[in-house]
Ligand binder design. Structure first.
Ligand SMILES: [Zn+2]
Length: 313
């Protein structure tokens, strides 16, 4: 193949994603959704029937399952397990583009396909395929120890840890961590978060692989208990902040998981804010976007700093 030059740009202009999908007998299986075509992914054959998306206007594709995507060249390269350049030559011959053997020209670097993908098909955050809700957990951890000596570094009273149904976990996935139950707004147990106790342990929080924290607001199921309290509503950027506030005697507390705020979390927080005059944010790590969203619903101020275990002081 040395010596034959193909213009990637020309191939991309000449061949549509529809044409490529048709050649692979995949076109008919996709359904229109707005300007896109959606369906199952031909590569990862993932569980979601809508994870593979084709933007026909931009002649690009993306799979939310295997996180692969690109243009027609990337699609053929992945399908045939060949280089982008070999894919261009294949498209050239399949669609009779007559590009092969044309006058030598500077070949575009292969990375251009990737860069273009990032610009065109960066997965829109809001469209991330999320289930509507987390399913209830089918078991409970019965041997959690709220008084375990390892938990001392967290500086929490054992009663506080007990109040949240949390405790030191000595076996399984969360071994050596503080396991903290997470409930939905109705009080149904959904998952246990495993907070690292040692400073340098990563990740700081462990969640079950199929649990989506962005669908929940921590401690929301206790809202009925504290809805009539005077004073502000506190919102901690992470679960530990909720426990620390409770330890300090604050009961009107909700928590996020990593300082980010999804639309669903915003809705939940906004829904309870009408009972309070002020929202006090506690902890580092609130994303700018989360703060920008929260100020739409309440007067926001920043609360006391707690020395967070596991974080550089
Ligand atoms: Zn896929």
């Amino acid at each position: 193949m040395a010596g034959s030059f193909v213009s990637f740009a020309e191939v991309k202009r000449a061949v549509t994603m529809e044409a490529v999908l048709t050649r692979y007998n995949l076109f008919a299986a996709l359904a229109p959704k707005g300007k896109n075509l959606v369906g199952g992914c031909p590569f990862c054959k993932g569980k979601s029937a809508r994870q593979f998306q084709v933007n026909t206007a931009k002649n690009a594709w993306y799979c939310f399952g295997c996180k692969a995507g690109g243009n027609v060249l990337d699609f053929v390269a992945k399908s045939e397990d060949v280089s982008v350049r070999a894919a261009a030559l294949k498209l050239d011959s399949w669609f009779g583009l007559g590009l092969k053997g044309e006058a030598a020209r500077a070949e575009e670097p292969v990375t251009s396909a990737e860069t273009e993908l990032e610009e065109k098909m960066a997965p829109p955050v809001e469209e991330k395929t999320l289930p509507a809700e987390n399913p209830p957990l089918t078991f409970t951890l019965k041997t959690l120890d709220p008084k375990h000596e390892e938990l001392g570094v967290l500086g929490l009273a054992a009663e506080t840890i007990e109040h949240f149904g949390a405790g030191y976990c000595s076996k399984g996935l969360l071994k050596g961590r503080l396991a903290i139950p997470i409930h939905d707004s109705e009080g149904e147990l959904l998952a246990y978060a495993g907070l690292a106790i040692e400073d340098d342990a990563t990740p700081r929080y462990l969640f079950p692989p199929k649990f989506h924290p962005e669908l929940e607001v921590f401690n929301l199921h206790r809202f009925a208990d504290f809805a009539r309290e005077d004073g502000p509503l506190y919102l901690a950027s992470e679960i530990l902040g909720v426990l620390q506030l409770a330890d300090a005697g604050q009961v009107t507390v909700l928590g996020l998981f990593d300082g980010s705020l999804s639309e669903k979390q915003e809705e939940a927080v906004a829904g309870v804010l009408s009972h309070f005059e002020e929202l006090v944010l506690v902890g580092e790590g609130f994303s700018d976007r989360a703060v920008a969203r929260l100020v739409r619903h309440a007067a926001v101020s920043w609360g006391p700093e707690f020395p967070c275990a596991g974080k550089p002081q």
